[in-house]
Structures are given as C-alpha cells and as structure tokens.
Design a binder for this molecule. Structure first.
Ligand code: CA
Length: 233
C-alpha cells in the first residue's frame, strides 16, 4: 500500500457536493480530509497541513475567504475555490486574496481533477524552481510528481511525513532550515511535542538513507539550529 499520498482538505457544507468531491479525489489516489464549516476547516488545516485545499466560499459559520486569508498568512498551499456564485467579483476577490484557481458549481469531474493536478504541479514547481520536477544531488534523486525518493537508483520507502520533510529540505537545499521552520511547514502551529516528532522522523529518514559516520550525508544536522540538505548537482 502506498502511504505517501498528497493530502487534500475539502471544505464544503453541502453533503452531496462534498461527497462527490471526496469520492472523486479518493478514486484519483489522493488522501482526503473534509470539513463542513469554516472553523473546523481551519482546525484541520493547522493540524494536518494539507498539500491542497478545495474551499467553498458560502459556508454556514464564516465566509470561506476568511480561511483563505488565514492560510495565506504563512503558506503558499494551493487553494481552489469552489463556488456556486456566478458573480465575477467574488472570484476576483478570492484570487486577489491568494486563491490559485476557482471552479464554478456545477462542475464536471474531469474539470475538477484537471484543476487539482494543475494546482499541485504549479505549487511544486514555484516553490522549487525545478524544470522537470526532479531533484538530484550526488546519487540522491527525488521525483516530486510521484513523491518517490531514490538513492543510487534504489527506492527509499518513506512515510508521508518523512517525504514531506525531505521535499521541504530539498526545495531549500544548501540552506539551514531551523527546527521551527520545518515544524511549522510540516505540522503547523502550536504543536507541543513536535520537536520530538521531528527528531524521530529525522532519525528514521537517516536510517533509511543509510547514513554512516564518514560516509556522505545528504542531510546535515546543524546542532541546536536545524537541518541542511546538500546542494543539488
Ligand atoms: Ca455552500
């Protein structure tokens, strides 16, 4: 079983639409979490740090644009707005706040899936500036499209969290990323015990990478500061 999938948060209050979107995404190989209102959407966003958000604007508690603003304070997570509103000004406003795209209800399943793939592709490449979606450094190869990691051509099986850490470090390769920057990216805010979680994940990654003293290390622990991935070749 592949436990390393893109995680998508769906925030939509209408059951039939929410069910349809979730079913389509799951069939497409994505991991899906869903919320029926803005405040639980916000909670899920901070606790799960999804790779993409599909957001209805007309929600029962708070307008969906409030969640969009919250997300944009600290992240470039792609957001696709799902709206029944045909009013162009709503769409323009959502795009101005930082939505990546919008889909107007009713929508076709092929259209929605194409938008999802496109938003994920764009966010990957804009953050990493990699022309072909591949990171390579000294025998280490990361395929961002497939979310797979190889060392000397053999695949290293990573969990979702381990992969997210590696992908984040590789996008900023050569730079030290502080513990708190990594924690914020992977787990969000206010997560007590997350330093411990980061250390456990890093230990597992290093074990899987076969890190040995004296051998080349792809990830360097800058003690007391953070981690640095070697520069791409
Ligand atoms: Ca609605």
């Amino acid at each position: 079983m592949n436990n390393n999938k893109y995680k998508i948060l769906v925030v939509e209050d209408e059951d039939n639409i929410s069910n349809l979107v979730c079913t389509l995404l799951e069939a497409g190989g994505y991991q899906v979490i869903s919320a029926k209102n803005c405040s639980s959407g916000q909670m899920l966003y901070f606790s799960h740090r999804p790779d993409l958000i599909i957001l209805d604007l007309g929600l029962p508690d708070i307008d969906g644009t409030e969640l969009l603003k919250e997300v944009r304070k600290d992240s470039l997570t792609p957001v696709i707005v799902l709206s029944a509103r045909t009013d162009e000004t709503d769409k323009v406003a959502a795009l101005d706040i930082g939505a990546n795209d919008y889909v107007t209800k009713p929508f076709g399943s092929a259209e929605l899936m194409a938008r999802v793939r496109s938003a994920l592709r764009t966010s990957r490449h804009s953050s990493g500036n990699f022309s072909n979606g591949i990171f390579e450094a000294d025998g280490l190869m990361i395929d961002y499209d497939a979310r797979r990691v190889f060392i000397d051509n053999s695949e290293i099986k990573l969990t979702q969290t381990e992969y997210n850490i590696i992908a984040f470090l590789s996008v900023h390769s050569g730079k030290v990323l502080t513990y708190s920057a990594i924690i914020k990216e992977i787990w969000g805010y206010n997560d007590l015990g997350s330093i411990k979680k980061l250390q456990v994940n890093m230990a597992n990654i290093r074990k899987k990478f076969g890190a040995k003293p004296g051998k080349k290390n792809y990830i360097v622990n800058e003690l007391g500061v953070g981690y640095r991935m070697c520069e791409r070749s």
